[in-house]
Design a protein around this ligand. Structure first.
Ligand SMILES: Nc1nc2c(ncn2[C@@H]2O[C@H](COP(=O)(O)OP(=O)(O)OP(=O)(O)O)[C@@H](O)[C@H]2O)c(=O)[nH]1
Ligand SMILES: [Mg+2]
Length: 375
C-alpha cells in the first residue's frame, strides 16, 4: 500500500487508476490513510444539473480552459443512475477524447449503481487520490437527481449547477435541495430560446445571492468567464478523510462476570452480552455493545492468567483501551520508530482481528490495544 501511495503521489497514471479501483472496491483503507498525509492543493469543483443539461460537454470545455493555463485537471464522471447504459458513458468518453493524449488530464468514470450510503464516501476518496497525485483542479460531474445533488456539496469546494432553458418550469422542478448547494448557476444551451428569462428567474429566486452565468458549452462560449468566477468563489471546507481512529472497546477486569452483569445488564439494562472463553489467554469474556464501541468484561479462568495477576496487583478496574486503526502494521512501525514499547508483534486474535498491545509506560498509564479496522 505504501508503495502504491508513493507512486500515486508521484503522479503515475497507472498507480492512480489502480488506487481508484481498489478504493471503489472498498479495499484500501490503508491506502486512504497513506494518501490523507498528502492532501495536495486541488480545487474540487462539483458540476451538477438535470440529465442532458450539457454537464459533460461543459466539463470537457472547462477542462480545456483550465489546461490553457497549464494547470492539471482530473475529471470524475459519476453515474448514480441505474438506468443509464454503458453507451452514455461511452458518449462522454468520446466527447472528452480531445484530452486523450494529454498527460495533464485524467478522466475516470464511476458507476454508483446500487451503492449503499450514497455517492459521497467513495467519490470523496477518489477526489483525495487526485488531490494527492498533485492535480490542480478536480471536476466531479454528477447528475442532479435524487440525493446526489446534495451529496456533491460534501465533496466539492464549489458547486456549479447547470440548467437549460425551455424545459417548462425548471426552477420548480429543481427547487428541492439543489438551490441550496449552488455556488454558481450556469444557464447552458443559451443558444436556445428562453435563456435570458431563466437567468432572470434564477436571479429573482436567489435575490442576487448567487451568480448566474450563460454558456453555450457545445461552442465553448462563456466558459472562460465561468472559470474566472469559479476560481474566485469562496471555497467550502471539505474535511479530508483522515485515517479513522475509533474506540473499539474498553476492557474492564472484574472478579466475576456474573456479578458484573447484574449491574450492566440487569440494573442498567445494557442488553444481552456476547460471551466467550479465550483459552489461550485463560480468560472469560462478556462483550456489551455500547453505541459503536463495546465494554469488554474480563474474568480470569485461571489464577495464573494475566487478568488474575492484574486484579491481584491493582484490583478490578479498567484494564485496557482498544483503538481501531486503519493500518495496524503501519501504526506499529510508526510507534516502534517513535520509541513506544510494543508488547507483541501484530498478530491475529479472536474474531480474526489483528492486534497489538502497547505498554502503559508509553501511553500515559493505560494498557493500549490497537486493532485493525475491518474492511
Ligand atoms: N444546443 C446546445 N446543445 C448543447 C449544449 N451543450 C451541450 N449540448 C448538447 O446536449 C446534449 C447533452 O449533453 P451532455 O454534455 O451529454 O449532457 P449531460 O448533462 O452530461 O448529460 P447526462 O450526463 O446524460 O446527464 C448533447 O447532445 C450536447 O451536444 C449547448 O450549449 N447548446
Ligand atoms: Mg454527462
Amino acid at each position: 500500500m505504501r508503495e502504491l501511495a508513493t507512486r500515486v503521489i508521484a503522479g503515475e497514471r497507472r498507480a492512480i487508476a489502480r488506487a481508484c479501483t481498489l478504493l471503489e472496491a472498498g479495499r484500501g483503507a490503508g491506502l486512504a490513510g497513506e494518501l490523507a498525509a498528502s492532501p495536495g492543493h486541488a480545487l474540487v469543483i462539483g458540476v451538477t444539473g438535470p440529465p442532458g443539461a450539457g454537464k459533460s460537454t461543459f466539463t470537457d470545455r472547462l477542462a480545456q480552459t483550465i489546461r490553457g493555463e497549464d494547470l492539471r485537471v482530473a475529471i470524475l464522471a459519476v453515474d448514480p443512475s441505474s438506468m443509464k447504459t454503458g453507451g452514455a458513458l461511452l458518449g462522454d468518453r468520446i466527447r472528452m477524447q480531445r484530452h486523450h493524449e494529454d498527460p495533464g488530464v485524467f478522466i475516470r468514470s464511476m458507476a454508483t449503481r446500487g451503492a449503499m450510503g450514497g455517492l459521497a464516501p467513495t467519490t470523496k476518496l477518489l477526489t483525495q487520490v487526485f488531490a494527492a497525485a498533485g492535480f490542480d483542479v478536480v471536476i466531479v460531474e454528477t447528475v442532479g437527481v435524487g440525493q446526489d445533488e446534495i451529496e456533491v456539496a460534501r465533496i466539492a469546494q464549489v458547486v456549479a449547477v447547470l440548467l437549460t432553458p425551455g424545459q417548462g418550469d425548471e426552477i420548480q422542478a429543481i427547487k428541492a435541495g439543489i438551490m441550496e448547494i449552488a455556488d454558481l448557476f450556469v444557464v447552458n444551451k443559451a443558444d436556445q430560446p428562453g435563456a435570458d428569462k431563466l437567468v432572470q428567474e434564477l436571479e429573482a429566486e436567489m435575490h442576487g445571492s448567487v451568480r448566474v452565468l450563460k454558456t453555450v458549452a457545445s461552442e465553448g462560449i462563456g466558459i472562460a468567464k465561468v472559470w474566472q468566477v469559479l476560481r474566485e468563489l469562496p471555497r467550502r471546507a471539505v474535511a479530508v478523510d483522515a485515517p479513522r481512529f475509533a474506540i473499539d472497546h474498553l476492557g474492564i477486569a472484574v472478579g466475576s462476570i456474573d456479578e458484573a452483569l447484574k449491574f450492566y445488564c440487569e440494573a442498567l439494562g445494557m442488553g444481552v452480552p456476547q460471551r466467550e472463553s479465550v483459552a489461550g489467554e485463560r480468560v472469560n469474556v462478556a462483550m456489551l455493545q455500547a453505541g459503536e464501541s463495546r465494554l469488554e468484561l474480563l474474568e480470569a479462568s485461571d489464577p495464573e492468567s494475566t487478568i488474575a495477576k492484574f486484579i491481584a496487583k491493582r484490583g478490578p478496574g479498567l484494564h485496557h483501551v482498544a483503538l481501531r486503526v486503519p493500518d495496524l502494521v503501519r501504526a506499529a512501525e510508526r510507534l516502534r520508530a517513535a520509541g513506544a514499547r510494543l508488547l507483541n508483534e501484530p498478530r491475529t486474535g479472536a474474531g480474526g482481528h489483528r492486534y497489538v498491545f502497547i505498554h502503559p509506560a508509553s501511553t500515559g498509564g493505560v494498557l493500549l490495544e490497537l486493532i485493525e479496522e475491518h474492511s
